[in-house]
Design a protein around this ligand. Sequence first.
Ligand code: DX5
Length: 240
Amino acid sequence: MASHRSRRGRKASRDKHPKPYKIVPSLLSADFTRLGEQLAQVERAGADRVQVDVMDGHFVPPITMGPLIVEAVRRCTRLPVEAHLMVEHPERQIEAFLEAGTELVIVHWEAAVHLHRIVDSIQSRGARAGVALNPATPAAALEEILPRLDLVLVMTVDPGYAGQAFLEGTLPKVKRVREMIERLNPDCELEVDGGIDAETAPRAARAGADVFVAASAIFQHPQGIEAGLRTLRQSLPQAL
Ligand code: DX5
């Protein structure tokens, strides 16, 4: 009963106020010679948290960042850090990322064999847990784990590289995941990542996304980082 009431309360407040969208710059396109400065800019521009893209050279071809980068980021900004683990055997990496101060750990459904155990190990340490789905993985794969999650990440490109074109076919999946979230776990965030810019973000928002990760559209914006973030935020619908 309580959860029924709070669900209705949430809906009423959504209808009255602009939807509280979150924007999450992905450090993959940052200039690492000036990371502190760039983090200060995204913080000033109103970013909600930052994403560290962790790639292991196996689950995806490139090798990128690890817990050392999370520690460095934490020393430069008050923004929460999420780690998107694009790695095989994510369970082996979780402890190090939590130790480094990661607030939200996202593992790939395709890389995780024992998802309940992984989600428990993250949440029992006081962090939040998310699961990412590759574009070809059906929304239905989430059904059993969704009630336990803090976030679902619908990848809108195959992970591995910044600057790829948004895959249109992922929009109906965002809609399906939104329906599942409303039914099974309305507090769960629905994040999209890959090819997100001022043209694709509002379409993903209308399909049901509420968190938007972007690398190129923010760090490579011709007018600079702050303009990139502002443009992205202004592109989002003001009310649903
Ligand atoms: C994809 C990464 C994304 C990527 C997004 O493998 O998880 O975060 O950096 O880059 P853009 O926003 O340039 O598509």
